[in-house]
Design a protein around this ligand. Sequence first.
Ligand SMILES: Nc1ncnc2c1ncn2[C@@H]1O[C@H](COP(=O)(O)OP(=O)(O)OP(=O)(O)O)[C@@H](O)[C@H]1O
Ligand SMILES: [Mg+2]
Length: 410
Amino acid sequence: MPRTEEKYIVALDIGTSKVCVLVGEVNDRGQLEIIGKGTSPMKGTRRGNIINLDQAIDAVKKAVDEAEVMAGLQIESVFVGIAGDHIRSVNSRGVVSVMGRHKEIAREDIERVIEASKSINIPTELELLHVIPREFVVDGQDGIHDPLGMTAARLEANVHIVTGARTHNQNVLTCVNKAGIAVQEIVLEQLAAAEAVLTHDEREMGVLLMDIGAGTTDYAVFLEGNVVHTNVLPVGAGHFTSDISVVLRTPMEDAERIKRRYGCALGSLVTEDDPIEVPTVGGRAPKILSKHELTNILEPRAAEIAKLVYRDLEKVGLDKEIRSGVVLVGGGAEMEGMVEMVEQVFNQQARKGTPRGFGGLADTVAGPEWAATAGLLLWGFRSQAKVRKRPVKGLAKVAQSFRQWFATSQ
Ligand SMILES: Nc1ncnc2c1ncn2[C@@H]1O[C@H](COP(=O)(O)OP(=O)(O)OP(=O)(O)O)[C@@H](O)[C@H]1O
Ligand SMILES: [Mg+2]
């Protein structure tokens, strides 16, 4: 049973197009209920990177205020998502000999082998965000998930290491802290999203999770239950909007509206051909466009996103491993035909991922756009997050969170 102060968990996603906040409460049955939600449009980031700190702080404050009012509590600390084209990940391996007299693997051996797996050359401008054990190898026997208590002379760990640019991570921390909030943990967004939308079987059989956000497409491959590959493509659903705006010479706001209302990623799906009215700049008369013509603008970009991700999986030898297919999240997954485009390029089944596993206001996050924030909440839930009701905001708290975060990230 959670203690009162462990009852609340808050997730914060600073996206390219908007900031999202969710507040969760653990109920008496130990389930997570969503009790608050806040959003605010974002202009201070590009491709997942903060480019205007003041605007980003403002957007975080607005979204947090909205969620505080709805949940009826003051938010003290958050689990914050990180994404962007500065993220790099590699697989690494550590080896140690088992210490104890009876060669029984103890917790310290596991900690040492994970420590050993971190000793790769990381450029000074990058820092570790996650070190995720994929499997342990015990005296040559691979595929072991929990080696604690087993008897062996040699223990190996295969891990997935995620790094982020030091400056960018610092900007995220500064942004959240300047909004008066401490950071409990920084979590890679696609790993968070996976918590909310993937099934156990999908992770076991092999699955690709693709988060098509406004600025980037973040993705992760899971195999035998664990993450084995993560990467970021600096192209996202925002590019559909700019393509429409450039080709049709229409303002961005109109391009965005047309994309959401009529946009389709795959020409072969377009049957009706009702005319679409496109406003132009400079007071000229609106243009008339058919849905086919609109799809001709969008299809190459949708194919580009799917093909670039597919080629990357081919390069790392994972294209044949995603036996349960592809799960699409992020706002871009909402575009008609995107699922079908991905199915065509990957020659695999694909589906939209909708957050699951919540009570309370779960219906308000029942769309792929909410996967990352909802997943952060589940990640926090699983890490037994602590957000106290009516806490004191202040520098001491912020400094403490810095230490907390650095402690876990090194
Ligand atoms: N129905 C729709 N059709 C097409 N695009 C859509 C639709 N709904 C939302 N989008 C697009 O999805 C994007 C927003 O998605 P999301 O909220 O996942 O992005 P973000 O988290 O702000 O960005 P990022 O993850 O890149 O930092 C916008 O480009 C928006 O236009
Ligand atoms: Mg996003």
